[in-house]
Ligand binder design. Sequence first.
Ligand code: ADP
Ligand code: ZN
Length: 291
Amino acid sequence: MSGLYGALEAGGTKMVCAVGDENGTILEQTSIPTTTPAETMPLIAAWFEDKGIGALGVGCFGPIDVHRDSQSFGTILETPKLAWRHFDIVGSLRDALRVPIGFDTDVNGSLLGEATWGAAKGLTDAVYITIGTGIGAGILAGGRILHGMLHPEVGHMRLQVHPGDTYAGKCPYHGTCFEGLASGPAIGERWGSPAAELADRDEVWELEAGYIAQAVASLIMVLSPQRFILGGGVMHQEQLFPKIRKKTLDYVGGYLNTRELGDPDSYIVPAALKDDQGIIGAVKLAMDAAL
Ligand code: ADP
Ligand code: ZN
């Protein structure tokens, strides 16, 4: 077995391809635009072909079928990206590369990266939330990544709309779900400028932190995780962290008094792998597939 692992972070705009080792160190990386399977997949296969990888891990945009015993395992499901709907991405890669393939959602891949080499190392119960173009979360429960019926879709949980917030929400399915209220594009549409250009508008981040804290507080009650890791483009606004910590404790309302909640700076933390948790996590998906 080769000591090299292939990693693919399959996203709606780009496919990040990398080769890593068993320490999660990325040795080589490239990025290929996501257009159509017919155009994109041969480029991915060609890049990995001569890399000598022993297995490939794929963290993929969803929804996807991650159940190995399912007929449609390895395919992309009802995505709005029409060219990719029902595409068998795992089958295509296996046929081209002939190596074992690990497959999970992009957020579960990121969670796995953080749980193996980052901010959730050594924990059995943790939640990784990404807040970017969309919102998603990976859940580690009892030392295992939770899949359930399909996989969790934390970005589409219902939230209470803030009394002063008249924005209709960006989710085509639910309007004002978590993603509809708090994704990067939702912030941009509500306030009329891109999220990254609103850094000095305190009211933007007060509202945003309130929505994130609602989700965190609900997940605390449902899952009782030992830590939350927050990543994605929006979380580059570091002023969000103290606001989220304070509002989360407000929403918990003194009902829980654990050691973890007593130290909010260690309880709600940024991703330790910076913006590389997805691709590093895909290395771990490959390592697990090679076993
Ligand atoms: P994706 O979710 O597409 O995989 P990201 O997690 O980087 O990628 O999220 C990109 C989104 O995050 C952008 O659409 C933008 O809305 C938001 N974003 C990116 N950078 C910043 C920033 N510095 N501050 C606030 N929002 C940002
Ligand atoms: Zn939704």
